[in-house]
Design a protein around this ligand. Structure first.
Ligand code: PLP
Length: 491
């Protein structure tokens, strides 16, 4: 028997290892057949094989030192320039590549903080003002860099409430952020109006186009009514766009761009006294994998604008097709989903529990994201999902019917857990529960993800009993208490 806890004394036969690794994939999400609606962006086998070749050409090279690997610096520079022109930036727009959307956002927040410091405008407890639908990478950045999130609500179309945002900006605001589009419901925030406010108040404004940066420019060219969201708008000072999403590059590649060097320079880190030599690093990472830079460069050059537009056309056609099907399923309603390939839907019938529908779909091999506030399911549509839209819709129709006929399904399986999690009004209790699961997952005996213990703790338990006993009234009290407490903490 193989011992999985130590490095084997003697190396194992490579063929045997490859075979074993292939077998591990059997329980993974089946993305190639188009049954997975997120996580993987796929532009066909030929492109995929080409990417692998490009990646392996620079497999060992390290983008940390641009003097040692001029090839990587050149390719990074070209990726940045191509992305800047795609997003209508002028020659002054500069930036770097990062390992992904999260790192790009971390860098934009860090640069905003450093810039505010230099300008002597950094308050004691700096805040990032953003709509509630902004990606959690911002609260991660706030957490890492000693800032706070100040969330503003979204309107009924899931776009930032501009009046609330204007109100939320204050002396502590160091950055305003919004999305093009936001991930949960695929809506573009009112970027132009927000930019005007940010500019008036002289606060940097980041547009998170991690999802849409490599998609919206082509969707706009295809004639869809897309609001302007990029460097054409004066008050936009930085943007992020992910090569490893609709840029169809290898994983580990994104771009963060700034209006000019006045912003980017605050991203850099230099340590002049390290005995190992002067250390200069443009991003979070030290060693920067050359393969990811090379594959991003190769993807952009190989697909070209025509290739991207064609992939965007096929993805938008598939998304439109899916929306048409959804409109015919009694009990479901589309939420947001106006601007891109994100299609989100929930239930408009009390007898249809949307999480139970997700469970039924999962049993049929479909992987869907479960979202909350409001409860809904999310599909990120790609060109390769096109051929399976009919099958998906048929299965969905059946799943809805089954859930309606079997109401007990709402209190079974994952539906029970997601339903319960959404009910717990004090979110720190949910956070604690999830943290415990992470400790198990990454503990010494860490193994498969077991979600059954979420909410199964004392804090959640008393809240749920309260809600069971006093119903909606208890929810309202708890929510009020939580709002009041958040207000106190903010002050
Ligand atoms: C709008 C948006 N921003 C940021 C991110 C974070 O990107 P990554 O997962 O590459 O770190 C995502 C990921 O889905 C996203 O959709």
């Amino acid at each position: 028997m193989m011992d999985y806890g130590t490095i084997p004394k003697e190396g194992i036969d490579k063929e045997q290892l490859l075979e074993e690794m292939r077998s591990y994939r059997e329980s993974d999400a089946d993305w190639r057949a188009g049954r997975t609606w997120s996580l993987v962006y796929y532009a066909g086998d030929e492109h995929y094989e080409f990417l692998k070749e490009a990646y392996t050409l620079f497999f060992s090279e390290n983008g940390l030192n641009p003097m040692a690997f001029k090839s990587l610096k050149r390719m990074e520079g070209e990726v940045v320039r191509m992305a800047a022109s795609m997003l209508h930036g002028d020659r002054q727009v500069v930036g770097t590549m990062t390992s992904g959307g999260t790192e790009s956002i971390l860098m934009a927040v860090k640069a905003a903080r450093e810039r505010a410091k230099i300008l002597k405008r950094l308050p004691l407890r700096p805040e990032i003002v953003a709509p509630r639908t902004i990606h959690p990478a911002f609260s991660k950045a706030a957490h890492y860099f000693g800032a706070r999130m100040r969330y503003v609500p979204v309107d009924e179309q899931f776009r930032a409430d501009v009046d609330a945002l204007r109100e939320a900006i204050g002396p502590r605001t160091m950055l305003v952020a919004a999305s093009a589009p936001q991930y949960p419901h695929g809506m573009i925030d009112p970027i132009e109006e927000i930019a005007t406010i940010a500019k008036e108040r002289e606060i940097p404004f980041h547009v998170d186009a991690c999802f849409g940066g490599f998609l919206l420019p082509w969707v706009e060219e295809l004639g869809y009514p897309i609001p302007v969201f990029d460097f054409r708008i004066d008050g936009v000072t930085s943007m992020s766009a992910d090569c490893h999403k609709y840029g169809f590059a290898a994983k580990g590649a994104s771009v963060v761009l700034y209006r000019n060097m006045d912003y980017l320079r605050h991203q850099f880190f230099v340590e002049a006294d390290f005995p190992g030599g002067i250390y200069a690093s443009p991003t979070m990472a030290g060693t920067r994998p050359g393969g990811a830079i090379a594959a991003a460069w190769a993807a952009m050059k190989a697909l070209g604008r025509d290739g991207y537009r064609e992939l965007a056309r096929r993805a938008m056609d598939a998304a439109d097709d899916l929306k048409r099907h959804l409109q015919t399923i009694d009990g479901l309603e589309i939420l947001g989903s106006e601007h891109t390939t994100i299609v989100t839907f929930g239930s408009c019938d009390e007898a249809v529990d949307i999480y139970a529908v997700a469970d039924q779909m999962q049993q049929n091999g479909w992987a869907l994201d479960r979202q909350h506030k409001p409860a809904c399911l999310h599909c990120t549509v790609n060109a390769h999902n096109g051929p399976i839209i009919d099958d998906f819709s048929d299965d969905l129709q059946r799943a809805v019917k089954r859930v309606r006929q079997n109401p007990e399904l709402a209190s079974q399986g994952e539906a029970a857990m997601y339903g319960m999690m959404a009910k717990i009004p004090v979110r720190s209790a949910v956070e604690m529960s999830v943290r415990k699961v992470m400790e198990q997952l990454y503990g010494p005996d860490g193994g498969d993800l077991d979600l059954s213990s979420i909410g199964d703790d004392e804090d959640s338990d008393w809240m749920l009993r309260l809600v069971d006993r006093y119903g909606d009234q208890a929810l309202k009290w708890l929510e009020k208490a939580t709002d009041w407490w958040s207000g106190v903490r903010r002050k």
